[in-house]
Write a protein that binds this ligand. Structure first.
Ligand code: FAD
Length: 459
């Protein structure tokens, strides 16, 4: 527990209205979107960079950890206060400043909900391409900290590709500017990109300048059904090999389709092995040509149906199926463990086969969906962790999926980060030498290990 005297001092520093030690607040902020739970001692609402800087000075003097939190949609436990201390809530720093329609930039505070940035950009015929499934609730600061991906990753890349420059409060209290508001910029070390994906362990992002793009003239959405999951996976590989870079290329397997149908009753055939949701965008003529190529590739791979959405409402219904995938699976069993295995796209079929083999071996249900075009799959284990034998089985299943992933030249996490959920597997992929360098970087930024301790096995 933190003594009252220190809490009073903290109130003086950051403002009394920004601090809460009420039990109900502490409980409300003890969760994220994993199944994990850690109780912070104090909640502090971030107001501006100066206030956070003063907070860090206080925390260093008193050896109190600080854990930044956006909207807590994170799926690796990154915003949980594993060592107690201060939970720094960023959501009240939610201003979007001017949109620069000449340089195609937007400037926003870190607590802004990502969809608000995109909505504002669209008023100027521009858009913010990274669109995580959580776009309606996650913050831009959380997206930058996790280097979030999304449904348009194959063509448009991920968050890192749109971060132009950052204002960051370092754990030692300095307020730093990283990057430049230019298209190019190679002055000094690229500390801006070091911050992207640092999972809230190297600094608190307070403000970001982001790149925008002009809205594409046209888009076409297709839904393709397959009897065999492996045919769907092969189609993903073949579409790209044919030279078509789709804006979206999502796969959903039979287990997930059935969960979605139980949840939303969209009328998708429950017997199909898998479906692909495909979108192309760009100039009018080019989109039509690409859609035709995609249809041919689907036919070559035994699609049972490949249809173009005829209207915006038909398109929205396809996308609601994809966006509901995780929520739908979460209704099937008491526990849902969503993984984030990512392989080179050419290995998609092998990984899917391996996941099915593992599910059969351990007699466990796994629903697989995800950003197949990026090789980023979300095998989702449906189980009941209250049963000891099930929990033990899940551990083995996860480990086997990760081993297969790494064996196929893949990576443990494509977008959800390491946090605490995957900390124990980190060194399965990262060599002791690389891990040692990461620890030295952490020490250089945060000598007293004040910021977000207990994550990524650093301590
Ligand atoms: C239904 C659902 C769908 C999802 N779909 C996707 C998807 O398609 N792609 C994807 O990549 N992720 C997805 N996610 C995961 C999650 O939404 C992302 O990781 C997101 O970036 C987290 O943002 P947040 O604001 O909720 O951050 P939080 O969960 O609050 O925090 C995440 C991490 O960022 C740190 N952090 C937060 N704000 C700051 C800041 N200002 N400065 C420094 N560190 C900070 C925290 O300490 C923590 O380590 C999904 C989650 C859900 C629940």
């Amino acid at each position: 527990m933190i003594a009252d005297k220190k809490i009073n001092k903290l109130k003086e520093i950051v403002g009394g209205d920004a601090v809460s030690t009420a039990v109900e607040d502490r409980i409300a902020y003890s969760y994220d979107s994993t199944r994990l739970e850690y109780l912070p001692d104090i909640i502090v609402k971030a107001k501006n960079a100066e206030q956070i800087s003063n907070l860090f000075k206080f925390a260093n003097e008193n050896n109190i950890p600080i854990t930044p939190r956006g909207s807590a949609t994170g799926l690796s436990g990154g915003c949980l206060a594993v060592n107690g201390g201060i939970l720094l809530v960023m959501v009240e720093m939610n201003k979007i400043f001017d949109i620069n329609t000449v340089d195609l930039l937007v400037d926003a505070e870190a607590g802004v909900i990502t969809e608000e940035i995109d909505k504002k950009a669209r008023k100027f015929n521009l858009f913010y391409p990274p669109d995580p499934g959580s776009i309606k609730s996650s913050t831009i600061g959380g997206n930058i900290a996790e280097n979030a991906g999304g449904l348009r990753g194959l063509k448009y890349g991920v968050t890192k590709d749109y971060v132009n420059s950052l204002e960051v409060v370092l754990p030692t209290g300095e307020i730093a500017q990283f990057g430049a508001k230019t298209v190019k910029g190679v002055t000094g070390y690229n500390l801006k990109d070091l911050m992207v994906g640092s999972e809230g362990t190297l600094g608190v992002i307070t403000r970001a300048t982001l790149n925008l793009l002009p809205l594409p003239q046209k888009r076409a959405s297709l839904l393709a059904l397959f009897d065999k999951l492996t045919d769907a996976a092969q189609t993903v590989v073949d579409i790209v090999s044919e030279g078509v870079i789709t804006s979206t290329l999502e796969i959903i397997d039979n287990v997930t389709i059935n969960a979605i149908e139980d949840y939303l009753d969209l009328g998708i055939d429950r017997n199909v092995g898998a479906m692909l949701l495909i979108e192309v965008d760009g100039q009018e003529g080019a989109v039509d040509i690409e859609a035709e190529i995609i249809k041919k590739v689907c036919n070559k791979n035994n699609t049972t149906s490949c249809k173009l959405a005829k209207s915006e409402s038909e398109r929205d219904s396809l996308w609601s199926a994809r966006r509901a995938a995780l929520s739908a699976l979460a209704r099937v069993k008491p526990s849902t463990i969503l993984e984030d295995a990512t392989i080179p796209r050419s290995k998609t079929v092998q990984l899917i086969k391996a996941i099915n083999r593992i599910a059969e071996k351990y007699d466990i249900r796994i629903g697989t969906f995800g950003h197949a075009g990026d090789g980023n799959l979300h095998p989702t284990i449906l189980t009941d962790l209250r049963i000891k034998e099930e929990a033990e089985k899940v551990e083995k299943v996860i480990e086997e999926i990760f081993k297969e992933t790494v064996k196929l030249g893949g990576t443990l996490s494509g977008e959800h980060g390491i946090g605490i959920s995957k900390a124990k597997y980190l060194q399965m992929e990262i060599s002791p030498e690389t891990f040692g360098i990461m620890k030295r970087v952490k020490k250089a930024f945060d000598p007293n290990n004040i910021l977000n301790p207990g994550k990524m096995s650093f301590d």
